[in-house]
Design a protein around this ligand. Structure first.
Ligand code: HSE
Length: 309
């Protein structure tokens, strides 16, 4: 059996407008690379981190925390070294911590001969994710591990539903180079939701799930609306309304905050529209002093990919 695996651990978009903490989808063109290696010496060691300044102590690093949770339960007859090559900026709203937390447990599971299923990997990855966001949620982890669109039915016990991906669906993202900590973006949310807003929101979630199953792009367009979270969080993201208005005019099906921001995502039917939408996003932010990156990505239906083993 191989002692080393190199993986691509993808960025993800959580919430998908209406599905706060439950819906997510997986991106294809943005992600981290990680190498996980079996060692004779027991324990979990993070031996290399490139890209961003993150802690090497396993107990303080999301990839280390998820790895330790799995390792302590499985008690394998070996240890593991983890190398992290980070491309996803922490605090970007596209699942940076999830990519790390999911990547380590995915790689270990492969090297151990796949003793765990994807739901169990999500469970361990959630332990690492909790270090970053101070609460256990799996709406970035599930799409990273399962691929495509996912719905987190429950975190305790962990129950993930895989949703179909309409074949023409493309995502466009803009990442303004400001940092929003998930914990802070959660702290500003109200603890209670007015019933009328809750009704709108769960109608949208149900409609979006149905639309994904039936590849109904008009219904996707109708359902991509967030009346619960966006009104509070959009104040943290400069020019959010201008971007949203402009990309909807450019033909996007919908536009919302990616995870806890500051990234903003749009979904479009076909790649050409997704690129027009990208230009619309760029046009708004080019007029500001804020640096930004944009991406166009197909939905990644595979999730984490093995690059070499
Ligand atoms: N559902 C989470 C949130 C995703 O919006 O706070 C961020 O990691």
């Amino acid at each position: 059996m191989n002692n080393e695996i190199k993986i691509f651990s993808p960025a993800t978009v959580a919430n998908v407008a209406c599905g706060f903490d439950v819906l997510g989808f997986c991106l294809d063109t943005i992600g981290d690379e990680m190498v996980i290696r079996k060692t004779d010496e027991k324990g979990i060691k993070i031996t290399k981190i490139e890209g961003y300044d993150l802690p090497f102590e396993a107990e303080k690093n999301v990839a280390g925390v998820s790895a330790l949770a799995m390792y302590n339960d499985l008690q394998p007859d070996c240890g593991f070294e983890i190398e992290i090559y980070k491309n996803i900026k922490p605090g970007s709203g596209i699942g940076s911590s999830s990519a790390s937390a999911a990547g380590s447990v995915f790689g270990m599971n492969e090297l151990l001969g796949q003793p765990l299923d994807k739901a169990k990997l999500t469970y361990y990855a959630m332990k690492g994710e909790a270090l970053a966001s101070q609460c256990e949620h799996a709406d970035n982890l599930a799409p990273a591990i399962f691929g495509g669109f996912t719905l987190v039915k429950s975190v305790n016990p962990i129950q993930i539903l895989e949703l179909p991906t309409p074949s023409d669906l493309y995502a466009t993202l803009i990442h303004p180079q400001i940092e929003i900590k998930t914990s802070e973006a959660r702290a500003i949310l109200p603890k209670e939701v007015p019933l009328a807003n809750a009704i709108t929101q769960w109608a949208n979630v149900g409609s979006l799930v149905h639309a994904l199953h039936t590849s109904d792009y008009e219904l996707i367009k109708n359902a991509l609306n967030d009346v619960v979270i966006e009104p509070y969080r959009k104040q943290l993201i400069p020019h959010f309304d201008a971007v949203k208005n402009s990309v909807l005019e450019a033909g996007a099906l919908g536009c919302a905050i990616s995870g806890s921001g500051p990234s903003i995502f749009a979904l479009s039917k076909n790649e050409a529209t997704a690129k027009t939408v990208e230009n619309a996003m760029k046009a708004i932010y080019s007029k500001t002093a804020i640096k930004f990156e944009t991406y166009v990505s197909k939905i990644n239906t595979q999730g984490i990919k093995t690059l070499s083993k």
